[in-house]
Design a binder for this molecule. Structure first.
Ligand SMILES: [Zn+2]
Length: 349
């Protein structure tokens, strides 16, 4: 994969909306415990899109997060994003510092000592394995299942997902696998709604004036048991409270980046006895339990349909533009081995 000159090509974000392919030296010596990973594919995630638009600041494309494991927050089992000493391949590293290769849209990715790595089951295709991190976030539903009743998730429950992007679709599939009685998906894109119906056997509904009434009607007029808000945009939380039943649970999983305020009345949470669960990402302990079910179900569930486009590293700017168009794309991959301008569009219309 390296050129004869021993360089590694990597898409590098220089400033908001300025993505360039640069060449870096192939690392000839690794510090003890480091790993040089040859990249087969890397996805563009929601945080990447926020970063590209300048809504949050990173220096590179992100990869796994490295919590310290020693601080007061880590010791009590809190998630990585609450560790004050966190190292994150997107936020605390920069391509300006050797060995430069801290991003996934590259021929090689340099993993610092202590980075957790997981073996992908042999039978799992690359297009499914690349979705592992986003599926690991669906441990949110296991956390909801562990809540004491009448809150939380139980088999047979109606689960509504707001937003049928990759994170929402992963939650729809997971809810179905966990025995949801109904999986209902709200998304303005007809293509994404059709995809939700195919991959998660979901009832997909366009948001709008009649959506809340239709959702309630499908759930004995009471509303859904669990709402997963997977959009990240202000306004969706109000929608969540409108469609959840009294005593139900809202999982806020989309607003990892601060996209602005949304007014809500705390009396809604209190008076209706709602439970609010915030989940800001995956957990290292979730990976094994994510890879195994993906390997087990990948022949029956078309996970790979979530991947809508593949681009070469050279086409990273086009890849990002494509990823930002929610009506055209779902999960967009950077595939270092592919030829430039060789985008393969698989999302059916
Ligand atoms: Zn820590």
């Amino acid at each position: 994969m390296t050129t004869p000159a021993g360089t590694v090509r990597a898409a590098t974000l220089l400033a908001p909306r300025r993505l360039e392919v640069r060449e870096y030296p192939y690392p000839t010596s690794l510090e003890p415990g480091a790993v040089l990973l040859r990249m087969l594919a890397s996805g563009i995630c929601g945080t990447d899109k926020h970063t590209y638009r300048g809504e949050t600041e990173q220096y590179l494309v992100p990869a796994p997060n490295l919590a310290c494991g020693r601080c007061h927050m880590c010791a009590r089992g809190f998630p990585y994003y609450l560790c004050p000493n966190i190292e994150n391949y997107g936020n605390s590293t920069t391509a300006g510092v050797p060995p430069h290769l801290f991003g996934g849209w590259s021929e090689y990715l340099y993993l610092k000592p202590g980075t957790a790595v997981f073996r992908v089951p042999d039978e799992l295709p690359d297009d499914v394995a690349v979705l592992t991190e986003i599926f690991a976030v669906t441990h949110s539903l296991e956390r909801a299942a562990a809540l004491p009743g009448p809150a939380g998730f139980r088999p047979g429950d109606a689960v509504a997902i707001i937003g049928a992007g990759p994170l929402g679709l992963a939650h729809a599939i997971k809810a179905s696998l966990m025995g949801a009685g109904q999986v209902l998906v709200l998304d303005p894109s007809s293509k994404r709604r059709a995809l939700a119906a195919r991959v998660a056997d979901a009832v997909a509904i366009a948001p709008g004036d009649g959506a809340t009434a239709e959702l309630r009607e499908r759930c004995h007029g009471e509303g859904v048991d669990v709402v997963v808000n997977a959009t990240g945009f202000p306004g969706a939380f109000a929608q969540s409270t409108a469609i959840v039943r009294d005593g139900g649970t809202i999982i806020e999983v989309g607003a990892f980046v601060d996209m602005g305020d949304e007014a809500f009345n705390p009396a809604v949470i209190c008076g209706r006895s709602l439970t609010l669960l915030g989940v800001g990402g995956e957990d290292l302990r979730c990976y094994e339990g994510t890879l195994a079910p993906m390997a087990r179900h990948h022949r029956r569930i078309p996970f790979e349909e979530i991947v809508s486009h593949r681009f070469a590293i050279e086409d990273a700017p086009v890849a990002m533009t494509t990823a930002l168009d929610a009506d055209v794309s779902v999960k967009v991959l950077i595939v270092p081995g592919s030829r430039p301008a060789d985008a393969v569009r698989t999302l059916s219309s």
